[in-house]
Design a protein around this ligand. Structure first.
Ligand SMILES: *[C@@H]1O[C@H](CO)[C@@H](O)[C@H](O)[C@H]1NC(C)=O
Ligand SMILES: *[C@@H]1O[C@H](CO)[C@@H](O)[C@H](O)[C@H]1NC(C)=O
Ligand SMILES: *[C@@H]1O[C@H](CO)[C@@H](O)[C@H](O)[C@H]1NC(C)=O
Ligand SMILES: *[C@@H]1O[C@H](CO)[C@@H](O)[C@H](O)[C@H]1NC(C)=O
Ligand SMILES: *[C@@H]1O[C@H](CO)[C@@H](O)[C@H](O)[C@H]1NC(C)=O
Ligand SMILES: *[C@@H]1O[C@H](CO)[C@@H](O)[C@H](O)[C@H]1NC(C)=O
Ligand SMILES: *[C@@H]1O[C@H](CO)[C@@H](O)[C@H](O)[C@H]1NC(C)=O
Ligand SMILES: *[C@@H]1O[C@H](CO)[C@@H](O)[C@H](O)[C@H]1NC(C)=O
Ligand SMILES: *[C@@H]1O[C@H](CO)[C@@H](O)[C@H](O)[C@H]1NC(C)=O
Ligand SMILES: *[C@@H]1O[C@H](CO)[C@@H](O)[C@H](O)[C@H]1NC(C)=O
Length: 503
């Protein structure tokens, strides 16, 4: 993605803009393309992939496989994690350039306004990532035909982000990532049809995080990946597993900013975290590298906005800066850190060979230009340095999912009667405008999960006996099963709440 950046000279001389805007789009595309051709550098033993889920969407062959470009991670087909949709391959001309094996196929969802995947999980913090490679799978040149190509993503019952592929080269791969708390034993990811292009997805990945990580993420606040950058001289466009045991994607800064006055620093000496600091767990291999400027320059700006797919104007951003002084001979480096014009951290001095992660404890900032400035203080000898940088946008998790028991009973009903209703997908009650046809939900109790209070399955072609799941739904007041072909006895169960039952 385009990283606009400027470095200014010490006296108020002219601004040096260190990249050419015309390379923007290619750079967006470049990371993953090159990644496929390089091998990931390995520091030590790959750590456990326990709990990793990697779905290769639209893959027909069900045999799990390992992608040679992502060591040690098993991929599997998405069959069984989603209902409906159509499987496709990208166009033959884009096959060879696919950055990962998983990007060669995809699943599209021409029908239904919401289609959801259910990823098995354990409760707790997770990274969820979706990757999209259009690859002209339908031969319609949809990203380049001049009309908008835009669809939405939900995480659980909440809006996560829009996927905007308008004007993108069909070979490009984009990804979205969210750090979220899994409420129970699954996480759902839904594709939302806005009427501007058929939603599709190429891969879905779930990675467990430790609960000590990203402490501002909780059940009502998730954060969506805006940028995650590693500085210094990276060898891969994207650094991920196994260098990062959590398989976060770190984009390499040096691929766009490797010219004067940028300087890189590296060290093979250990760069430690303070004992007990497990908040971000930036890999040591990333902290052992940094970018700075020639000593006669005094500040740089990191602009992370720009680009068709990222709009910072209406977002609230949460920046996290990672620093470690790795210049062994340095005596003096101090700088001020700004978000736009807001001074966040005055007179900061990085610790020697020790990680300092600077953030404002979960405060989201309005920063419409998405610009961050690191400016040498008057007394400092050296210009600023930076090792890694993360920026997230806020995803509110205001909408609660339906009561878990009600969900399970409705799933039993759906399965028992083999109900293939197109909108019976995802959470039954949330968000409201996607609630299942025929259900009435009670949302009135704030801070409590919605409950199902009425089920109307009249004239639905139900056959066979009456399933007792209905009798277990503790909030059900109204059940209409008229005009079906149900046979057999009505189970002798009493639902206290039930006020009306038509069969
Ligand atoms: C979409 O809906 C049409 C018409 O109802 C149906 O024929 C088709 O099989 C559906 N396709 C998918 C992928 O569900
Ligand atoms: C796709 O559309 C763009 C813009 O209309 C056009 O320049 C390009 O040649 C088209 N590509 C193909 C393969 O049809
Ligand atoms: C929650 O649901 C409401 C009503 O369906 C919807 O308007 C709103 O956008 C949802 N909120 C989020 C954060 O998705
Ligand atoms: C989540 O974090 C936000 C911001 O720190 C806080 O206002 C909110 O109360 C927290 N929610 C829960 C459920 O802990
Ligand atoms: C570290 O930097 C030195 C000097 O620039 C360079 O010779 C060396 O190859 C670099 N090492 C790594 C691991 O990048
Ligand atoms: C900065 O210093 C370098 C030598 O270290 C020199 O080549 C360069 O011209 C200087 N730049 C400016 C703008 O003074
Ligand atoms: C989607 O991207 C196109 C092309 O950059 C842009 O013109 C449009 O405003 C974007 N739409 C949204 C809703 O962000
Ligand atoms: C490292 O520190 C020394 C001493 O302050 C300085 O001369 C040198 O320029 C620094 N190197 C870099 C790359 O900043
Ligand atoms: C950077 O700091 C210097 C003082 O060291 C100050 O004069 C200058 O205005 C600052 N630049 C910006 C862009 O804030
Ligand atoms: C209803 O079920 C009965 C017994 O299985 C069967 O004979 C009858 O044809 C069914 N009627 C309809 C409309 O499906």
């Amino acid at each position: 993605m385009p990283l606009a950046c400027k470095a200014l000279q010490k006296p108020k001389a002219a601004m040096a803009i260190i990249n050419s805007a015309s390379t923007k789009l290619r750079w967006i595309l470049a990371p993953l393309l090159v990644l496929a051709m390089t091998t990931t550098r390995v520091h030590g033993q790959p750590s456990s992939t326990s709990g990793f889920i990697s779905l290769d969407c639209g893959k027909r062959n069900n045999t799990p496989y390992t992608d040679s470009s992502i060591r040690g991670i098993q991929h599997q087909s998405d069959a069984g994690f989603v209902e409906g949709g159509l499987t496709h391959q990208i166009a033959a001309v884009y096959m060879a350039g696919a950055p990962y094996e998983s990007q060669k196929t995809l699943r599209s969802f021409p029908n239904g306004s919401r289609n959801c995947y259910t990823l098995p999980s354990t409760p707790g913090k997770k990274l969820v990532r979706a990757l999209f490679t259009y690859g002209d799978y339908d031969g319609l040149n949809r990203t380049m035909d001049g009309s908008p190509f835009l669809f939405g993503l939900h995480i659980g019952a909440n809006f996560w982000e829009a996927v905007n592929l308008t004007n993108w080269d069909p070979s490009s791969t984009i990804w979205k990532e969210v750090l979220t708390v899994a409420p129970g034993d699954s996480v759902s990811v839904c594709l939302i049809n806005f009427g501007t292009g058929t939603p599709f997805v190429s891969a879905l990945e779930l990675r467990p995080l430790q609960d000590s990580m990203y402490p501002f993420v909780n059940s009502s606040v998730s954060i969506s990946y805006f940028r995650r950058i590693r500085f210094g001289q990276a060898t891969d466009f994207i650094t991920r597993y196994p260098l990062d045991p959590y398989d976060r994607f770190w984009e390499g800064w040096s691929f766009s900013y490797n010219t004067y006055p940028w300087m890189t620093l590296n060290t093979s000496s250990p760069v430690r975290r303070l004992p007990g600091d497990n908040t971000f767990q930036v890999p040591e291999g990333i902290l052992q590298q940094a970018s700075t400027l020639d000593t006669n320059y005094s500040f740089f700006e990191i602009n992370v906005a720009v680009g068709p797919n990222l709009d910072a104007k209406n977002l609230q951003l949460l920046p996290i800066f990672h620093f470690a002084e790795i210049n062994i001979s340095n005596q003096n480096r101090r700088f001020d850190i700004y978000s736009d014009n807001d001074l966040l951290f005055p007179d900061f001095s990085p610790s020697r060979f020790q990680a300092d992660s600077m953030h404002e404890n979960g405060r989201f900032l309005h920063n419409p230009t998405a610009t961050f400035l690191l400016n040498k203080t008057r007394s400092s000898r050296l210009p600023p340095l930076i090792n890694a940088f993360e920026v997230y946008s806020l995803v509110r998790m205001d909408n609660l999912t339906t009561d878990a028991d009600d969900v399970n009973y409705m799933k039993e009903v759906k399965k028992h009667y083999n109900l293939a209703r197109i909108n019976w997908n995802g959470d039954p009650c949330s968000p409201r405008e996607y609630s299942w046809e025929g259900l009435t939900c009670d949302y009135s109790k704030r801070n409590q999960n919605p409950r199902i209070v009425a089920v109307d399955l009249s004239t639905s072609g139900l056959k066979g006996g009456l399933i007792i799941s209905f009798m277990n739904m503790a909030s059900l007041e109204n059940l209409d099963l008229s005009h079906n072909n149900l046979t057999g006895a009505i189970p002798d169960y009493q639902i206290k709440s039930l006020k009306r039952f038509v069969i």
